[in-house]
Write a protein that binds this ligand. Structure first.
Ligand SMILES: CSCCC(=O)C(=O)COP(=O)(O)O
Ligand code: ZN
Length: 206
């Protein structure tokens, strides 16, 4: 398979993102998955089962909008969670899914959602320009049936509108944005904010 320039550029961005995310300890073992949408609507996504902090070009593959492999490789087991976001939001160009301690602990402490308000760092989220904002991050029960989990997320957004991210309980975080860089910014900000909440509630001391 010959990949085009768009694919190579985005694949390299995902590799770099993985190294940064791993440097923070947010993708232990082979956890997590990342993707980015190409201008033609196809999607570069991590293959299943690789360490996301040590990705090689060969560990990024191409799928269509319906999650079909276009190069014979096996995509992330959680691909449906990515494709449903791309289908719903035309502006979304990247999805990042880490398995961080903070997201996992947050789901243990807060059962159905975490509310983030009065934090200056909320302004790192696209479209927010004041700390006087209220951002709800829903928490969904984990499910090994990924299409069913994707449907849960869809139903939540049908009812509540767009969100910045969601947590899967005992599992990890999904967040997205208009580029890999913006999605990384969302991820870093949310991690900081989860950390604040965990410390505030005495779950963490440092
Ligand atoms: C060892 S982590 C279990 C699977 C998972 O939750 C994950 O994020 C990684 O799955 P993938 O198929 O994308 O490697
Ligand atoms: Zn996962």
């Amino acid at each position: 398979m010959t990949y085009n320039e768009d694919f190579l550029m985005l694949a390299n961005q995902l590799i770099d993102a993985g190294q940064f995310i791993d440097s923070k300890g947010w993708v232990p073992a082979t956890s997590g998955n990342f993707s980015a949408r190409l201008p033609d609507g196809t999607i570069a996504i991590t293959v299943s089962g690789k360490h996301k902090g040590r990705l090689q070009l060969d560990d990024i593959m191409l799928i269509d909008a319906d999650a079909n492999s276009l190069d014979g490789k096996k995509p992330s087991a959680e691909t449906a969670l990515h494709t449903s976001l791309y289908k719903r939001f035309p502006a979304v160009q990247s999805v990042l899914h880490p398995h961080s301690i903070n997201a996992t602990l947050t789901s243990r402490l807060f059962k159905s959602e975490i509310v983030l308000e009065d934090y200056e760092l909320l302004k790192a989220l696209a479209g927010i320009d004041t700390h006087e904002s209220r951002v709800v991050i829903p928490i969904f029960a984990n499910d090994q049936n990924i299409p069913r989990l994707a449907e849960q997320v869809e139903q939540y957004m049908d009812k509540h509108g767009a969100i910045y991210a969601y947590i899967i309980a005992g599992h990890g975080l999904y967040t997205w944005g208009s580029s890999v860089q913006e999605t990384l910014r969302h991820l870093e900000a949310l991690e900081f904010l989860f950390d604040c909440e965990l410390r505030l509630h005495g779950v963490k001391r440092r």
